[in-house]
Design a protein around this ligand. Structure first.
Ligand SMILES: [Zn+2]
Length: 162
């Protein structure tokens, strides 16, 4: 009789330990899931901004390629070295210097926009600090001003020119 009791006790303890283990594993899983959710779930605006970032990177590539092709077409110019990973800072610098002003300004704007996305300050108006409408950002991703401030600035420029 006493032997049987002992066996029962051991069984119970085992089940208890297993249950505690199970509960612990469950808790860890829930914790992990909770921690992952905020990073994974982007707001619609953040999603759009990530799409814009991809477009900006592709745009920068296109401008660089076009600029490179235009430079290589110039008579009497040496063929421009490949702008691959091996391009030194020096070749990149001379490349930028040889770009036409318009392309250089555009590249700078594109790069600034990509940087602002990475710093999580993209889409905030430089002037008033409000969020720029996402439709405006999609149409003009390099903009740093909301439509109201931009219009105001243009109006001011027009007045000073007159
Ligand atoms: Zn503004």
């Amino acid at each position: 009789m006493p032997k049987k009791k002992i066996i029962v006790k051991t069984k119970q303890t085992k089940t208890k330990t297993a249950k505690i283990k199970q509960a612990k594993t469950k808790a860890t899983k829930t914790k992990k899931a909770k921690r992952l959710t905020p990073a994974k779930r982007l707001t619609p605006r953040e999603k759009k901004i990530q799409e814009i970032k991809k477009k900006l990177i592709a745009w920068r590539e296109a401008v660089l390629e076009e600029a490179e092709a235009a430079l290589n077409e110039l008579p009497g110019q040496t063929v421009f070295p490949d702008l691959g990973d091996q391009a030194t800072a020096e070749t990149e610098r001379s490349f930028m210097l040889r770009l036409r002003g318009r392309e250089r300004r555009l590249l700078k704007k594109i790069e600034n926009a990509i940087e602002r996305i990475e710093e999580r300050i993209f889409g905030i108006c430089d002037k008033c600090g409000k969020e720029i409408d996402v439709r405006r950002l999609e149409a003009r991703p390099v903009t740093t001003m909301c439509i109201e401030c931009k219009m105001q600035q243009e109006e001011e420029e027009r007045l000073t020119e007159m």
